[in-house]
Design a protein around this ligand. Structure first.
Ligand code: NAP
Length: 329
């Protein structure tokens, strides 16, 4: 059984999630990559142990993380048994349903049937009685929002999730409608999970304002743009990088000369500030109080320790933010 570092909570900054009772670490760890069948169990274990030792208390999963689908949850269940069962009350564990998971008409989208059945399967795979947060993973234009939000409310009332979230709801008015439906049902929405980084400013379309007004937290996924907002691609595509190893979501052709040039200029600002580009990219996402936590992926433990120090540098100044905007164009 692993004994986590005693001073782990002193090392981390925790931020309130919207107007709810939950505090999240400013960095959370996602298990989308590095927890499927291609990553040795010992590597996964060292990633989770390093994260906990840095004070990271939040792990984010989804039914279809792998490969194959379900494998990240299955592996996480084994890690729970090996290391984390005695620490369950110190962890915030989330999962999601909303993308394709099983064959036939009931294993995708936003029906009450799919969401409730999927969470039951996720809990079995993870060897958990409940998750802390259950998300609807993406909007479903063909299912009434009332049905999907009603399913989230029913899940909380069943005790299988403590809080609920929505993800990829980029239209501000659809997000507001979901928030209002849940509020009326008596299950306030805890959190929204959008994609947000210097290379993808989705939240700035009015969604961030809605979340602030409604007192809902936000956790930004892919804040490093799959690794493009780090120094790793400045001299080509390294063999051990996501673009070279796992081109499902970041293809070598996505590492464009334009993005690399922007990363090179951003890296100069970061070095001037005495931090790495990854650290500055995380600090940028967290700069204005909309985003509660930056949800990172990692392939190596040292990436976690580096990223967990992202707030050690002074806050970005107005002048630096302007310079960054100019580079991003
Ligand atoms: N809700 C949704 O629809 C959705 C969609 C996607 C992701 N997510 C969530 O967001 C999480 C993070 O997504 P992501 O993996 O795309 O996030 P990301 O943080 O943008 O990218 C992670 C990659 O960046 C590289 N990296 C991280 N720290 C680094 C450092 N200090 N130096 C150099 N490289 C570094 C690593 O690449 P290498 O592998 O090349 O080392 C790592 O695999 C997922 O695990 C998942 O929980 C949610």
């Amino acid at each position: 059984m692993y004994i986590p570092a005693e001073d782990r909570y002193d090392k981390m900054t925790y931020r309130r999630c919207g107007r709810c009772g939950i505090l999240l670490p400013f960095i959370s760890l996602g298990l989308w990559h590095s927890f499927g069948c291609k990553t040795p169990f010992e590597v996964q274990q060292s990633l989770l142990r390093t994260a906990v030792d840095c004070g990271i208390t939040h792990f984010d999963l989804a039914n279809n993380y792998g490969p194959p689908y379900g494998e990240a949850e299955t592996n996480f269940g084994l890690h729970m048994d090996r290391d984390w069962r005695p620490h369950r009350d110190e962890l915030v564990i989330s999962t999601k349903a909303g993308y394709d998971m099983w064959k036939g008409p009931y294993g995708d989208h936003g029906s009450r049937k799919y969401l409730i059945a999927s969470l039951d399967s996720s809990l079995r795979r993870m060897h958990l009685d409940y998750v802390d947060i259950f998300y609807h993973h993406r909007p479903d234009p063909d299912t009434p929002l009332e049905e999907t939000m009603g399913a989230l409310d029913a899940i909380v009332r069943s005790g299988k999730a403590l809080y609920v979230g929505i993800s990829n709801y980029y239209d501000p008015e659809t997000a507001r409608k979901a928030i209002r439906i849940l509020k009326d049902l008596g299950t306030p929405l805890l959190i929204h999970q959008p994609k947000y980084s210097m290379f993808n400013r989705s939240v700035e379309n009015g969604l961030g304002d809605v979340l602030k007004e409604e007192g809902v937290g936000a956790i930004a996924f892919s804040p490093l743009a799959n690794g493009l907002l780090t120094a790793k691609y400045l001299k080509g595509i390294p063999e051990d990088s996501r673009a070279a190893k796992d081109p499902r979501y970041l293809k070598p052709e996505d590492v464009t000369a334009e993005k690399v040039e922007k990363a090179r200029k951003l890296n100069e600002i970061a070095l001037r500030r005495g931090q790495s580009l990854a650290q500055m990219a995380l600090q940028w996402v967290l700069r204005d109080g909309v985003v509660t936590s930056a949800l990172i992926g990692v392939s190596k433990p040292e990436q976690i320790t580096e990223n967990a120090k992202a707030l050690d540098a002074p806050a970005l100044t107005a002048e630096e933010l302007r310079e960054i905007d100019e580079i991003l164009g």
